[in-house]
Design a protein around this ligand. Sequence first.
Ligand code: ZN
Length: 177
Amino acid sequence: MTRPPFEAPTDDDVRTVSLQLGRPARDVVGIAARCACGAPTVVSTRPRLADGTPFPTFYYLTHPAATAAVSTLEAEGEMPGFAVLLVDDVAAAYRAAHDAYIADRESIEVVDEIAGISAGGMPDRVKCLHALVGHALAAGPGVNPIGDIALARAAWSPHVCECVDYARAASAEASRA
Ligand SMILES: [Zn+2]
């Protein structure tokens, strides 16, 4: 887990994230969370992309096995079950997670168009578990309550490597190009 300021991503990190996403990773600020093997699982993206577009999703889950596991949770109709958790202490913690998310992003750059906007439905709805799990992985346990619970329920763990061989995938990609 890593929060800003980040070390600059290495070329290898950016290459791996691009392979995970299936498109060139752009405007990477840093790697906010990693697999047990060291491969990126969450990428942090500039709040304003190089082309000028405001980008609120500061923490983005990139790892294919992780995104698949979280998609399964969403597809299994877990969303209403998460929404009903947003009462009392959990609701307060979720609101604090929203503030923490924005504070992390604004430590990189304040972008007026996305002021007060975080991700995943925060501060009072549950809309995208990928964004919430991404935040939970970046911030560590105890910051994003819904992200923590979703991660615990997901059939993927940052402690168990399920990575493909990125170096081999990269050279296969290069030979196709
Ligand atoms: Zn791994």
